[in-house]
Design a protein around this ligand. Structure first.
Ligand code: ADP
Length: 262
């Protein structure tokens, strides 16, 4: 990435009627000599679903990890719902971070806790919700993901797809404004993928949650996305509606990338 390259484009937005929930300004992230994100700018408005696509190693997951505060940028600012997440004092980071939920590739459930407790644990310990309220909400969410009958099961007794649906319920239990999805079906056996994507489609279409999603499931991305961003070497090289980006991309790199996965 040379110094001559242009800043990455902003996602166009209607500032009159919308509210920005995610904003990255000139965010740079390096690991040693490797500039993984290069002066990245983008915004996501409330309730919108934005999908990040691009070759492996182009920096997509790093963006989600920055938003989860699992890594910190070297330069730039990150704002969530009008409040700065980076740079910010630790107390503010903890508060802002509560607005964000994430579902990982590897479901990361607590193996020693039954399904219901996996979903209630953070609302009780982090949000201070009463156990009764957390359980009532967890049961609703487990119903939403089709697992109302698995409250008393341990994660190891569930299929990968079921475990991932519990992880989705667990993320939603914190009532986040933003849901980050990091290749959530890539660790699943093929026959389990559709069930998880159906649950996410349902959530995308029936809630007002803002979603930022990294996926190679292009038909899913087409169904749920308001905007698709094509990454290459830590920069957004093209952004647009799924119809435009998948149907008639401007950039040769986008065409090449799509031809490898479609
Ligand atoms: P993508 O999600 O597009 O595949 P990533 O964001 O995972 O890309 O990775 C971008 C680059 O950053 C890769 O070159 C990867 O090796 C590097 N990288 C990611 N995390 C780390 C880390 N913790 N330490 C060193 N390099 C990392």
């Amino acid at each position: 990435m040379s110094a001559e390259t242009e800043p990455t484009p902003q996602i166009p937005r209607d500032t009159g009627t919308t509210r920005e929930v995610i904003r990255l300004d000139q965010v740079t992230k390096r690991f040693g000599d490797n500039t993984v994100l290069d002066r990245l700018n983008f915004t996501v408005d409330a309730g919108k679903h934005v999908t990040l696509i691009g070759p492996s190693g182009s920096g997509k997951t790093t963006i989600l990890r920055l938003l989860m505060t699992l890594v910190q940028p070297d330069e730039g600012t990150i704002t969530v719902d009008g409040e700065q997440l980076y740079p910010a004092p630790e107390k503010q980071v903890r508060e802002v971070r509560k607005k964000i939920g994430m579902v990982f590739q590897q479901f990361n459930l607590f193996p020693n806790m039954k399904v219901l407790r996996n979903v209630t644990e953070a609302p009780v310990t982090v949000l201070g919700m009463s156990k009764d309220e957390a359980e009532a909400r967890a049961r609703e969410l487990l119903e939403l993901v089709g697992l109302a009958d698995k409250c008393d099961a341990y994660p190891t007794h569930l299929s990968g797809g079921q475990q991932q649906r519990v992880a989705i319920a667990r993320a939603l239990a914190m009532r986040p404004q933003v849901l980050l999805l990091d290749e959530v079906t890539s660790a699943l056996d093929p026959e389990l993928v559709a069930g998880v994507l159906d649950v996410l489609r349902d959530i995308a279409h029936s809630t007002d949650i803002t979603m930022l999603c990294v996926t190679h499931e292009m038909s899913f991305a087409r169904d749920i996305s308001d905007q698709v961003l094509m990454f290459d070497s830590g920069r957004v090289i093209e952004s647009g509606s799924p119809e435009k980006l998948f149907g008639d991309p401007d950039h040769e790199r986008t065409r090449e990338f799509l031809s490898t996965i479609l």
